[in-house]
Design a protein around this ligand. Sequence first.
Ligand SMILES: [Fe+2]
Ligand SMILES: [Fe+2]
Length: 251
Amino acid sequence: MNDQIQQKSMQTVASSESKLIVPPDGVSEDLPDFTTHQYKDSYSRINAIVIEGEQEANDNYVAIGSLIPDKADELKVLGRMELKHKRGFMACGKNLGVVPDMAFAKKFFEPLHNNFKKAVEEGKIATSMLIQSILIEAFAISAYHVYIRVADPFAKKITQGVVMDEYLHLNFGEKWIKQNLSKVKDELIKANKINLPIIRSMLDQVADDASVLHMDKEELMEEFMIAYQDALTAIGLDNREIARMALAAVV
Ligand SMILES: [Fe+2]
Ligand SMILES: [Fe+2]
């Protein structure tokens, strides 16, 4: 896990204006001005998305626990980690003097949240696990990696701690799905087809604000697809199945 993070942080980052090498400690030479009105305005939405995402992650793990009683305690622990992340990101907003736009964030998550809720109501464990523990965690991991390179020093430290936990959450979902793959493969493919395009559209919606934070949209998408495809490999899907699932992001 550490090797993977190290490798990611050492990669060459290409942007339209400049090409720069990010050193192993993740210090970027291309940091935005954290004090401008434009930065704070965009941060009010990005910060809210992260806060809302962490809260919903807690709620989602508790809900998945209701479907798998023998894992309920373990899932509650994961949920508590998400609430700790939420508090950390709230502190990041406060540190910059930004008030998070929570109404925006609630709306941002609504389509995915509704699909998750429906899956739980229908007792579809694999679908709810794919949405929270694979798609959302891969989305968080990739976005946090990109953010760490351009974050203010306070937020950078918080986010570095958070991203380690998100790998544990991703691994939890990978493990459960792998153990149940033969029974849930068809459900998984169907859930991917419905929910991967939603992740894609969430990225599109956030692209302008992310670019103000010096987070490049294509880089976000690349990082997400790498994390997602790694997860599908870990689940035990073959290359053709993974390619087929990944295509749902582009059609
Ligand atoms: Fe989290
Ligand atoms: Fe998480």
